[in-house]
Design a binder for this molecule. Sequence first.
Ligand SMILES: N[C@@H](CCC(=O)N[C@@H](CS)C(=O)NCC(=O)O)C(=O)O
Length: 207
Amino acid sequence: MFLRSLPHSPYVRKVRVAAHETGLSLDCVEAHVFDPATPLLAENPLGKVPALVRDDGSVLYDSTVICQYLDTLHGGARLFPPEGEALWQALRRNALGDGLGQAATWNIRERYRPDGERSPRYQAYYERTIDRSFAALEAEAPALAERFGIGEISIACAISYVDFRYPDRGWRRTAPRLGAWYDGVCRRPSMRATELQAYKGPLQPPA
Ligand SMILES: N[C@@H](CCC(=O)N[C@@H](CS)C(=O)NCC(=O)O)C(=O)O
């Protein structure tokens, strides 16, 4: 089993952190998502990473689906609560983290568009989504410390992507409690072992 990956993807990091937290080892193979010849396209029609290629050749994609699958492979504390309100809150936090990551990645995508194709209107729109997400996370920061499950992992990885791409954003000024929580989770071995790295491949599709 191995993970089609990109070194700067918050969603790949989410799966890697989940694997680390649950004691599973996971090999990563870099996928060049914008290469029309990448085997990823036959494995995931969406052409996105992460995609988990299992030993029988079958593929699971979308970080949340992969994390749910990984959660069936170990005997330790579950990343996904089994049921009830705890499950809904974990899935909501997971959605908030994933959505923050999406607004940030789509905003960055605008940055890499050729001159004349960039949309300041959409960049401003994504910026507002990012701002609202940080405000919501600051409001619930005290509760984030209760566990480090799928929701908190998704949030931590999305914040790491914002820091990676926008090091001068200064979100800690308006979200100090979130900053304290995030600094704490960054000391976990799973977060230390999975730092985002720059990607050397193409950052946009071929013309
Ligand atoms: N909802 C997906 C999002 C995955 C995603 O957007 N991955 C990005 C990398 S951060 C990607 O592969 N983009 C390539 C593309 O959109 O074609 C998940 O949670 O796995």
